[in-house]
Design a protein around this ligand. Sequence first.
Ligand code: ARG
Length: 575
Amino acid sequence: MTDPQKVLTERVQQALGNAFGPEYTDADPLIRPSQFADFQANVAMSLSKRLRRAPREVAEAIAAELSDFPGTVEVSGPGFLNIALDSGWIAGEASGLLADPRVGVGHTTPPQRVVIDYSAPNAAKEMHVGHLRTTIVGDAMARTLEHLGNTVIRQNHLGDWGTPFGMLIEHLLDIGEDAAVAQLEAGEGTEYYQDARRKFDGDETFKTRSRARVRTLQSGDAETLRLWHVFMDATVRYFNKIYDMLGVTLTDTDIAGESMYNPLLEKTCDDLENLGVAVLSEGALCVFPPGFTGSDDKPLPLIIRKSDGGYGYASTDMAAVRYRVEDLKADRMLYVVGADQALHFRMVFAAAKQAGWLPESVSAEHVQIGMMLGKDGKRFKTRSGESVKLMDLLQEAVDRSSAVIEDRGYDETTRSEIAHAVGMGAVKYADLSVSHDSEYVFDFDRMLGFTGNTGPYMQYATARIRSIFRKGGIDAADVSGSITLGADAERALALHLLSFGTLVELVAEQVEPHRLCAYLFETASLFSTFYEQCPVLKDGVAAETRASRLALCALTLRVLETGLDLLGVPVPDRM
Ligand code: ARG
């Protein structure tokens, strides 16, 4: 165990046991970073009442039990314990971390089967910027949970079924398969949808044909299904272009769209009715999960079969919960979906619990994604008010990055590789660095900036450490050996690096990738100070100091690289 906060927690708990008896060993010592020492423990205050002793006295008693401690403990003020760690201890732990291929990141025990529902664009419309964020956050979580040894099952719950497909297929027949495929592959799904919609609203025979087509699709007619596939395959090819561009780990095998559940819906409804969980209400089959009421205080229905017999979004999600628990054997399910669907998921989870389909042992979490806003603070749109085409947006990020590095003397291939990494890194990091549930302003100028908590800054900080090794003609992977800590800046950096593993575990548990961004940003800032104050390769640096500093550089590099990889942010070798 290297994380000082964990080590201290354990030590202080031991001390509590020794001083006051075994029933005190599980009290939270309340270890926090401190401005007066490395850490402070506030437990004396919290225990003083229970022990009926003055907090300062309690603190003294704890301190007395911490004599063999690798550092100093001082009682201050009303009863704070100020704890400073020995630099030697920090250095030893940091050297150990460098020898650990996982740089302190453990494994979840026991490993879990985690289903992550993310991305999930709708085929009948263009993938929009909101889906970009669920894709990026979901992918970072998938990478992180997998790295911790869990089995991650990605589920791309595409919107690929339902009544709009009648008109979409009829429109495909009108314009011809080839033209339709070309348009969809080019990412013009929105235009395609709008053309179909216009005809549907203005042309009675088209409307009639479309409605008939919905019925033949539902009945499983082979030719209609073939046309549906033509439409879907072209659409998915476009989604895949976006995923490729972003470097997202989703593949076709992760597709588990609404259509997949269609054959299960009738049984889902029957079972819910037989279980007494669903009841008929005004012709519709509904679940009324307890505790949900509308504005009029009436129980709120989750409609699982409409009065016309059709199924909807909720029907599919009820079937999906059951499938994920029973067939995929999920221990944990993350639904990375817009915050505006919070009520839907609360009701689905509650209904599934009522049905016994979601046991206590399985955790179902809606990872709410805050809305993407434009610089004007309103929902992100183009100037003409259209929703923004994702591929254009991503391309713009790359083009802008390319312009930034224009005068750096790279050949065309190198420049375009760097521009791609910087552009995508900027977009992804911007999505990840703010808490997933807060609204978020999409602003190219800010996300592409080379200062502050941005993707390009993090990439630059990482590339800079790589260049130290390049200059020294050393392979960072070969660096081993012990770290000794002299300067304050060295010590602060090393101390910070010790908590990387704990932080990654926390990110996985709490679903908070923004905390990893903040941690890495702090790492880069501490490194920067260290590098300003502590020369590494300069003439006159003693061989031993140089070796230790190189080891610290290598450790920092490994933490940054591992962290950015978990976030899915690529790092170009040079910038
Ligand atoms: N396609 C939906 C949308 O764009 C998101 C689906 C999320 N997943 C789910 N199981 N409902 O809003």
